[in-house]
Design a protein around this ligand. Structure first.
Ligand code: PRP
Ligand code: MG
Length: 211
């Protein structure tokens, strides 16, 4: 019996996710371009998936656990439980506007076009503020949208802030703060939960050592 873990296929989380498994003493046989791998010394199979697909895999019980950004769960997997916050890949999900815009308050977004890959997060936030905007969903390079006239504002992940800076945008509202988490499928079996307990035990000592 193996525990099936999803991690990001490529991108900023991928390396840190493999890093924490390594620090847990779990070595993964990693054939290049392979979407599935297994461990030699821990009962684990690794699936390399697209971030946005991971909540559905967890929901369906096709994977048992995942290392994923909390922001992705908030957007697409509010029903999925978090076993552990992992302390890396910290970021914000923020609203930004062109630098030249004189911004006063969140009410300024009323009727505006916002480009984002996080439509649910934006909608929930603006609904709470009593603001209604026009959301344009795009999957990447969101920060270019105001420059090409596609939108008045954007909502995306901010980490170092350099993508905003390079695109002449400024952060005006921080909607949430996020970090990598260990997420658990609601369908995980009792047997696999035992493996999860062993994994969590190791993760907790790694996190303590990192402090
Ligand atoms: C991510 C995110 C932001 C940027 C934030 O994009 O969508 O654009 O990183 O990081 P920063 O504040 O350190 O610049 P990524 O480069 O992963 O590409 P994508 O949007 O095309 O997926
Ligand atoms: Mg981006």
């Amino acid at each position: 019996m193996n525990i099936r873990i999803a991690i990001q296929k490529s991108g900023r989380l991928n390396e840190d996710s493999l890093g924490i498994l390594k620090d847990c003493g779990i070595s993964i046989d990693n054939g290049k371009d392979q979407l599935k791998a297994s461990s030699r010394n821990f009962p684990m199979e690794v699936f390399y998936l697209r971030n946005g697909d991971i909540p559905q895999y967890l929901r369906d019980g096709v994977v048992d656990i995942a290392i994923i950004g909390e922001n992705v769960l908030i957007e697409k997997g509010e029903d999925i439980g978090i076993a552990e916050k992992l302390g890396f890949s910290k970021c914000k999900v923020s609203l930004a506007v062109p630098k030249s815009v004189k911004y006063k308050s969140v009410k300024d977004f009323e009727g505006k076009r916002i480009a984002t890959s996080y439509p649910n997060t934006v909608k929930n936030y603006l609904d709470k503020m009593g603001v209604s905007a026009d959301l344009h969903i795009i999957n990447g390079s969101v920060e270019i949208a105001p420059n090409i006239g596609l939108a008045d504002a954007i909502c995306d992940i901010v980490s170092s802030g350099s993508t905003l800076f390079k695109n002449n945008l400024k952060e005006v509202e921080v909607m949430l703060k996020s970090e990598a988490v260990l997420a658990v499928s609601p369908k995980i079996s009792e047997e696999r939960k035992t493996i999860l307990d062993q994994l969590q035990f190791r993760i907790q000592s790694v996190l303590r050592a990192r402090q």
